[in-house]
Ligand binder design. Structure first.
Ligand SMILES: C[S@@+](CC[C@H](N)C(=O)[O-])C[C@H]1O[C@@H](n2cnc3c(N)ncnc32)[C@H](O)[C@@H]1O
Length: 202
């Protein structure tokens, strides 16, 4: 299973390129400069990666994880990567990755490429499922029925609004909503992972 966190709000702080933009810290200047308050959310990426990389599916070697950002960069994470739990250290590593294109100590585990979401989707073969509240309602307990051996699940890495990538709906095979209300990206990721585990292992 391929799992994409799409249009993620992960970027360098334009006023200090040594660090990430983080709305919980930079909210005053973001407001003054009329930045959308959905930007600067490395916490979403962090929670998502910790949940995905620690899953049974990843331990079984059946998961590939990608983080696509609002600036069309794709971060690749090798399955054997031990995701950093400390949030400040995680932000430091991601800032280094976006600034220098690599993390000196983990070059073969995490790397970044300039790439749009559509390009990434074109590279991956399988059923593409877009997760959004606007999708066809299905019960999360039956999500495994949507799964196929080769499947690509796409989840938004932003706190509000909709996907920035235009025409995404035309590139996927199914658009699903698994709950009436809004869920966090990492809880949707966990539901998708658990559904694929049910599909694979019964
Ligand atoms: C915090 S939400 C983004 C906010 C957006 N306004 C929304 O309601 O989905 C993060 C992502 O989680 C997924 N998501 C959230 N709630 C969902 C639901 N009920 N069904 C399917 N996917 C959901 C979507 O991929 C969404 O882009």
């Amino acid at each position: 299973m391929h799992l994409i966190l799409a249009d993620s709000e992960l970027e360098l702080n334009p006023w200090n390129k040594r660090e990430l933009l983080d709305s919980s810290i930079h909210h005053k200047i973001m407001r003054r400069k009329h930045f959308s308050m959905r930007r600067g959310r490395p916490d979403i990426v962090h929670f998502f990666l910790v949940v995905a990389m620690e899953s049974i599916l990843n331990k079984a070697g059946l998961l590939r994880v990608y983080v696509h950002t609002r600036n069309n960069k794709v971060i690749y994470i090798a399955p054997e990567t031990r995701m950093i739990k400390n949030y400040n250290r995680f932000k430091g590593l991601m800032a280094q990755l976006l600034r220098e294109g690599k993390i000196a100590s983990d070059e073969r585990l995490i790397w970044v490429e300039e790439k749009g979401l559509k390009e990434l989707l074109n590279e991956l073969e399988g059923k593409k499922i877009l997760f959004t509240r606007k999708g066809r309602k299905i019960n999360a307990a039956r999500l495994h029925e949507e799964m196929e051996n080769d499947v690509i699940c796409i989840i938004g890495g932003f706190p509000s609004g909709y996907f920035l990538t235009k025409g995404l709906e035309d590139m996927v095979d199914a658009i699903v909503s698994i709950y009436d209300g809004m869920l966090t990206a990492w809880s949707v990721a966990m539901e998708a992972i658990a559904a694929y585990e049910r599909f694979k292992f019964g």
